[in-house]
Design a protein around this ligand. Structure first.
Ligand code: NCD
Length: 356
């Protein structure tokens, strides 16, 4: 059985396979109208969503399959105190594939340990969001004509923006990638994401100034400041309007640069930018549906992707994970576990936070 919990679960050739399939679906949609016939998607959304949930649902419906699920934790038994493991154990009797979004980090991993059907992580807290990355990669591929040799500016909330963490993990594996990390000091990348950059030996620049490298970028990936993930209201207020992309700030940008944003937008891109041909963020939402169609097909095929065939068991860890948003804090019966990466660094099995 295969799960997609982290974009690193997919090899570069599997990502390319998904892109090719999504492009074929875009060109020949009628050939796929019954490809998911008889299959059911369970969309388990414990956290708000517009694009991710609706594009997953639309994807399954367009494949001729059907959809069950819930769109908020309050309408599921989580509101009665049920843990993720029990919910998933039950739901895996009712569907063929699960797409799950949850506010705590590591929730999708824990779900996968108890599921009899593939689990797709549709966002686990501030940790990662691999299917948004698939949408982003298809967008970059369609808009820029390639994934190699690109300079990518990541701007905004790099600390809590899970889409950024997953996009980095994908793009570090493309040849010739360079990153420009644009954020206030307090919203810089979490350690595991910056380390992924260092380990891959990918060149990157760090700046707080949105315009400093504008003329060098092939892709500008804007993000929302993630209000719901801040520990205090004051710390959010201090940075909430840190960047606003306006037509004036694009003066030095290349004509062929593309602006991406996972959406929802709050104030970080002025609406005046929307009509600029470089603004690709609404086209990106269509790509999200195409990639989710491709992913559902691949994960529900008998012989499918190698994504996360076996989950790492981890080792017992006597301390507690220092990340207060890790699932080991909300589901107390889960034993703390660690894994040691190829870099020799010990991390939490569920949320990847560094363990001392
Ligand atoms: C993103 C998310 O949920 O992480 N949205 C999405 O899935 N398209 C980005 C965000 O909420 O800012």
């Amino acid at each position: 059985m295969r799960h997609l919990l982290d974009i690193a679960d997919l090899s570069v050739s599997e990502i390319n396979e998904l892109i090719a399939l999504a492009e074929d679906i875009a060109a020949n949609g009628q050939n796929y109208a019954e490809a998911g016939k008889g299959k059911k998607l369970a969309a388990l959304f414990f956290e708000p969503s517009t694009r991710t949930r609706l594009s997953f649902e639309a994807a399954m419906l367009e494949l001729g399959g059907s959809v069950i699920g819930f769109s908020e934790a309050s309408s599921s038994s989580a509101s009665k105190g049920e843990c993720v493991r029990d919910t998933v154990r039950v739901v895996s009797n009712y569907a063929d594939i699960i797409a799950m979004r949850h506010p705590v980090e590591g929730a999708a991993f824990v779900a996968a340990t108890k599921s009899r059907i593939p689990v797709v992580n549709a966002g686990d807290g501030g940790h990662c969001h691999p299917t948004q990355t698939l949408a982003d990669l298809l967008t970059i591929h369609r808009e820029c004509g390639r994934l190699d040799g690109l300079t990518i500016g990541l701007c905004g909330d790099l600390l809590y923006g899970r889409t950024v963490h997953s996009l980095i993990n994908a793009m570090v594996r493309c040849r010739g990638t360079r990153f420009v990390l644009i954020s206030p000091e307090s919203l810089r990348l979490p350690d595991y994401a910056e380390e992924a950059l260092r380990r891959a030996g990918v060149p990157y620049a760090v700046t707080a100034d949105l315009e400093e490298f504008m003329g060098e970028l092939d892709v500008l990936y804007m993000t929302r400041v993630q209000r719901e993930r801040f520990l205090t209201a004051e710390s959010y207020e201090r940075v909430k309007d840190c960047y606003v992309l306006t037509p004036e700030k694009l003066v030095s940008a290349k004509r062929e640069m593309r602006i991406l944003h996972p959406l929802p937008r709050v104030s970080e891109i002025a609406q005046a930018v929307d009509d600029d041909p470089r603004a690709a963020y609404f086209r990106q939402t269509l790509n999200g549906k195409l990639m989710r169609m491709a992913l559902i097909l691949k994960l529900t095929e008998k012989k499918s992707l190698s994504a996360h065939d076996t989950l790492p068991a981890g080792e017992d860890f006597s301390g507690i994970c220092p990340n207060p948003k890790c699932i080991t804090h909300s589901e107390r019966e889960l034993a703390a576990k660690s894994v040691t990466g190829r870099d020799g660094v010990r991390r939490c099995l569920y949320c990847e936070t560094l363990l001392k």
